[in-house]
Design a protein around this ligand. Structure first.
Ligand code: NAP
Length: 487
C-alpha cells in the first residue's frame, strides 16, 4: 500500500491542460509536484502560435477555466496573445512558478520497480508515482514534402514558427494551406501585403461568425457581477449550439447536420460574387468533414484586389517563388507554410516504457489508442489529458480537459486511499472500447469522405465518435471493472 503523503506527481507540459492539472493537484494539497515544460514559458499552443490573425474560434468566455472566469476578454472570439496572457496570469496567480521547471524537455519515462523514472534532455533525473501527460495534440509542425523547399531565397517558415523579424507590409506573400490557420492568416494579411496568394489544395466550408468587441460597459458589468460572468461561461444559446453541433458530427444524417450544411452553403452563395472564384471555393465533400472553419472575414479577404486564390497544384518551390503545375512562377518575398501538424504524435518523440518493458511506440504500432483517451494497459498511474481519440471539434478543449481531470482525480484518490498502488485500464477494456469506438467513428461526419488530420493512417477518424452527453457521463465516475489494480 502506498503512503499517500509520499505520492509524487509529475505533470508533463505547462499548456492549458498542464496548468489545469497543476492547479487542481495543489488545490487538493498534493504539493509533491513538479511540472516539466520544454519551453521557457507556459501556454502550449498559444505560446507556439503567434501568427497574424491568430484567434480562438471558440467563444472566449467558454474557452476559459470554469474556476477562473475572465471579465476582460476584449472580443467574442479572443485574439491569441490575449489567451496566452490569460494562461500566464492564471499560472502566476495559482503559484505554479514554484513547481514548474522550464526549458526541461522530458525525453524518457520508464516504469521501474513500481515508480516512473524520468529523464530530461539536459540530463536531469526525477521520479513519479503518478504521471499526468498534458503534452497537447498539435505541436509538431508538418512540413510539406515539396520539391525545392530549401531553395527559396526569401523568407519561408511554418505558421507555428512565425518569424517576426520578417517584414510583411507591401510584400508578395504566398500562404500554403487552407485549414483554420491558413484562413486566419489570409484575413489578417489581406490588408497588409502588396500581393497575397492563397495556395489552396482543397476548398473549405466556412461558417460565418460575428466577432464583436465587448464594450467597456460590458466588461465592467462582468467584473461587478460574478453571476453574469458565470452565465457568460455557460451561455445557454452557445451551449445549445455546441450540443447541436456535436450531435451533428456523430449523426451525419440528422437535421442538425443538414442545418449546418445549409448555413455554409448559403454563406458561400451570398458572400462570393465572381462565379469562377465561387466554384474554386466550393468544397467537394460535406460540411464539417474537415474541421469546420468559422470566419467572419475570409470571403471578403479573398475577394480583395490584391488577394489571389491559386488552385493549381504546386509543382515545386524555386529560388524566387512557387511554380504551379501550369508552369506559372508566382514570384514571392515570403512563403508561409500553414500545412498543419503531425496530429498523431501526442507525447512522442518522448520514449515511454511501461510495465514488462512495453514501449509506447510498440503499443501504438497500429496507431495511438487509450481507454477513454486517458489510460493504457501496462502504463500504470500514467494518465493523459486530451489523449488519443478524444473529443475534438469546434468546442472548448478546456471544458473537455476539466471533465477528464474530474475522472482522473478519482483514479488518483484510489491510489491515495490505499485501494491500490497502481492502476491502469485492462487490455480487455481497452480492446472492447476501441472496437466500439472505431465502428462508431466510421459513421461520423469525419469519415464521410475527405482528407483531414482527424483521420488515422487507415482513414478512420481518430476521435470520440459519440455525443458530448455520453462523454460527460463517462467522465462522471470511472467504471472500475475496466481497470487492473495492483497493490
Ligand atoms: P490543417 O487543418 O491540417 O490544414 C493544413 C492545410 O495545409 C490544408 O489545407 C492542407 O490541404 C494543406 N496542405 C498540407 N500539405 C500540403 C501540400 N503539400 N500542398 C498544399 N497544401 C498542403 O492545419 P491548420 O490549419 O494548422 O489547423 C490545424 C488545427 O489547429 C485546426 O483544425 C484546429 O483544430 C486548430 N486550430 C484552431 C484554431 C482556432 O481558432 N481554434 C485556429 C487555428 C488552428 P488539404 O486540406 O488538401 O489536406
Amino acid at each position: 500500500m502506498t503512503d499517500t503523503r509520499d505520492l509524487r506527481f509529475i505533470v508533463i507540459g505547462a499548456g492549458m491542460a498542464g496548468i489545469l492539472s497543476a492547479i487542481k493537484l495543489l488545490e487538493a494539497g498534493r504539493n509533491n509536484l513538479r511540472v516539466y515544460e520544454k519551453a521557457a514559458k507556459v501556454g502550449g499552443t498559444w505560446r507556439e502560435n503567434t501568427y497574424p490573425g491568430l484567434t480562438c474560434d471558440v467563444a472566449a468566455h467558454a474557452y476559459t477555466y470554469s474556476f477562473e472566469p475572465n471579465p476582460e476578454w476584449s472580443q467574442y472570439l479572443a485574439p491569441g496573445p490575449e489567451i496566452q496572457q490569460y494562461f500566464e496570469r492564471t499560472a502566476k496567480k495559482y503559484g505554479l512558478d514554484d513547481y514548474i521547471r522550464y526549458d526541461r524537455e522530458i525525453t524518457r519515462c520508464e516504469f521501474k520497480e513500481g515508480q516512473w523514472k524520468l529523464e530530461t534532455a539536459n540530463g536531469d533525473h526525477d521520479y513519479a508515482d503518478v504521471i499526468i501527460a498534458a503534452t497537447g495534440v498539435l505541436h509538431r509542425p508538418r512540413f510539406p514534402s515539396l520539391k525545392g523547399l530549401d531553395t527559396f531565397r526569401g523568407a519561408l517558415f511554418h505558421s507555428a514558427r512565425w518569424d517576426h523579424e520578417v517584414a510583411l507590409d507591401d510584400k508578395r506573400i504566398g500562404v500554403i494551406g487552407s485549414g483554420s490557420t491558413g484562413v486566419q492568416i489570409i484575413s489578417a494579411l489581406s490588408e497588409r501585403a502588396q500581393k497575397l496568394t492563397h495556395f489552396q489544395r482543397s476548398a473549405q466550408w466556412i461558417m460565418p461568425v460575428e466577432n464583436p468587441a465587448f464594450t467597456e460597459e460590458q466588461k465592467a458589468a462582468f467584473r461587478n457581477d460574478p453571476e453574469l460572468l458565470r452565465h457568460m461561461q455557460n451561455e445557454p444559446t452557445y451551449s445549445a449550439a455546441v450540443d447541436r453541433f456535436n450531435h451533428a458530427i456523430a449523426n451525419p444524417d440528422s437535421p442538425e447536420m443538414h442545418e449546418i450544411e445549409a448555413w455554409v452553403l448559403q454563406n458561400l452563395e451570398d458572400s462570393v460574387a465572381d462565379p469562377v472564384l465561387k466554384e474554386k471555393l466550393r468544397p467537394g465533400y460535406r460540411a464539417a468533414c474537415k474541421r469546420l472553419i468559422y470566419s467572419p472575414d475570409y470571403y471578403q479577404a479573398i475577394q480583395r484586389p490584391n488577394v489571389f486564390l491559386e488552385t493549381e497544384n504546386i509543382e515545386c518551390i524555386e529560388e524566387n517563388g512557387i511554380r504551379t503545375a501550369d508552369g506559372v512562377l508566382h514570384a514571392l518575398d515570403v512563403i508561409v507554410l500553414a500545412t498543419g501538424f503531425h496530429a498523431h504524435a501526442f507525447m512522442r518523440p518522448m520514449q515511454i516504457v511501461g510495465r514488462n518493458n512495453r514501449s509506447l511506440d510498440d503499443t501504438w504500432a497500429e496507431g495511438p489508442r487509450a481507454y477513454l483517451s486517458i489510460s493504457m494497459p501496462d502504463f500504470p498511474n500514467f494518465f493523459m489529458l486530451n489523449g488519443p481519440n478524444g473529443p475534438v471539434g469546434n468546442f472548448s478543449l478546456i471544458e473537455i480537459a476539466e471533465h477528464q481531470w474530474h475522472y482522473i482525480e478519482q483514479l488518483i484518490e484510489l491510489i491515495e486511499g490505499g485501494e491500490c498502488s497502481h492502476i491502469n485500464t485492462s487490455q480487455k477494456a481497452q480492446d472492447t472500447f476501441e472496437t466500439a469506438r472505431v465502428a462508431a467513428a466510421k459513421q461520423t461526419i469525419f469519415g464521410s469522405g475527405c482528407q483531414s488530420w482527424y483521420l488515422d493512417d487507415k482513414g478512420i477518424p481518430a476521435t470520440w465518435p459519440w455525443d458530448r452527453a455520453r462523454f460527460f457521463e463517462e467522465m462522471e465516475e470511472p467504471d472500475l471493472q475496466a481497470y487492473d489494480m495492483t497493490c
